[in-house]
Design a protein around this ligand. Structure first.
Ligand SMILES: [Zn+2]
Length: 308
C-alpha cells in the first residue's frame, strides 16, 4: 500500500489567529508584495530581476543576523547562485535538516505563489530560528533555476546543491521543499488529484496543506505529518507515492531523492488546486496570508522537534 495517512475531514472552526500569526501574516504580505509584486518575473530570461530577487533574499537573511553563503555556478557565462545560511548544531552537528525553496519564477509569470510563497515562508522561518541553538544543524537554502528549462537537468540549482551535500558525505536527516503553498479554497471541488483514485480518499475541498514524498521517504514524511498534527489545528494531508506519479517530484525535493536523501514537499498542490499556476495572474493578491501564517507557525514547531 503506497497511500499514507489520509486525513480526517476538518469541519471544526479553526481557532483565531494568535498575535504571532497575525504579525507573521502581515510580514508575509509585505515581503511578497515586494518579491513578486515589485520585482515581477525573475528568471534567466529576466536576469536582472533574478539578481534583484537574489539580493533581496540575501539581504533579508543578513538583516536577520545570518552569515550568508553563496553556491555559484555558470550557465552560458552567466552566474547563478544558491543562497544558504546555517545554524550549526550543538551536540549532533553532523545531522543536518534542510529547509529549501526555489526563488526563480517560471517564464511568463511573476511567481507570487510559485514560488514567492515558499520564499517568504523560508525567510519567516529563518527569522524565527535565528539566534537560537539546537542539538542538530539547521540550514535554510534558497535554490535558483528550478523552473523549466532547468527542471530535472544538471543546471537545476537544488540538484547542484544536493550533489555537493553527497560529495561532502553530509548526513542530511531530511529536506523539506517549500513549494507553492499559499492558495486555499473552501469551495467543494476546488481540489483535484493526479490520479482519480485519490479523489475517493483525500478531500475535494482545497483548504489543507499537503505533505508529499516518494515511498523511500515515507518514514520522514510520517514523522513530519505526525508532528505537524500534534501541535497545529490546520487541515493537513500526507501522501507517500511512487516517484512516477505526476506531480510527486515537481520541486527541489526531487534533487535530494537523486542522491538518496529523504525529502518531501510542502505545498497547496499547485496545478491540482491553484487556477493561476504558471500564468501571468500568479500575483500576490491570490495568496491567503492568514492560512500561510498558520502553516508556517505549525512548521516552526515541527522543525524544533526534528532538531532535538
Ligand atoms: Zn515551483
Amino acid at each position: 500500500m503506497f497511500l499514507e495517512m489520509p486525513g480526517k475531514s476538518y469541519k471544526e472552526q479553526l481557532p483565531a489567529l494568535t498575535a504571532y500569526e497575525q504579525k507573521l501574516s502581515l510580514d508575509l504580505k509585505q515581503d511578497l508584495d515586494y518579491f513578486a509584486g515589485e520585482i515581477g518575473e525573475h528568471n534567466y530570461q529576466y536576469y536582472d530581476a533574478l539578481k534583484t530577487a537574489e539580493s533581496f533574499i540575501a539581504d533579508q537573511l543578513e538583516a536577520a543576523g545570518y552569515t550568508v553563503q553563496f553556491q555559484g555556478y555558470d550557465i552560458d557565462n552567466q552566474r547563478f547562485n544558491n543562497i544558504e545560511v546555517e545554524i550549526p548544531g550543538t551536540e549532533k552537528a553532523d545531522e543536518i535538516l534542510i529547509i529549501g525553496a526555489h526563488y526563480d519564477s517560471v517564464i511568463g509569470s511573476p511567481g507570487a505563489n510559485d514560488n514567492g510563497s515558499g520564499v517568504v515562508a523560508l525567510l519567516a522561518l529563518a527569522r524565527a530560528f535565528q539566534g537560537r541553538q539546537f542539538p542538530k544543524t539547521l540550514r535554510f537554502v534558497a535554490f535558483v533555476n528550478e523552473e523549466p528549462p532547468f527542471f530535472c537537468t544538471e543546471d537545476m540549482g537544488s540538484l547542484v546543491y544536493a550533489r555537493r551535500c553527497r560529495s561532502r558525505n553530509e548526513k542530511i536527516i531530511g529536506m523539506m521543499s517549500l513549494e507553492t503553498m499559499g492558495y486555499y479554497s473552501d469551495k467543494p471541488g476546488s481540489q483535484k488529484y493526479p490520479i482519480n483514485l485519490l479523489n475517493n480518499i483525500y478531500p475535494v475541498t482545497g483548504n489543507f496543506i499537503s505533505f508529499v514524498s516518494n515511498v523511500s521517504s515515507q518514514n520522514f514524511i510520517k514523522q513530519v505529518v505526525k508532528l505537524f498534527r500534534s501541535h497545529t489545528q490546520f487541515p493537513s494531508e500526507g501522501t507517500a507515492l511512487p516517484d512516477a506519479v505526476s506531480g510527486v517530484g515537481w520541486s527541489d525535493h526531487w534533487s535530494f531523492w537523486q542522491v538518496d536523501y529523504p525529502a518531501l514537499m510542502i505545498t497547496d498542490t499547485a496545478p491540482f488546486r491553484y487556477p493561476y499556476y504558471h500564468t501571468a495572474e500568479d500575483t500576490p493578491d491570490k495568496v491567503n496570508y492568514d492560512c500561510l501564517a498558520r502553516v508556517i507557525a505549525g512548521l516552526e514547531r515541527v522543525i524544533l522537534e526534528l532538531l532535538a
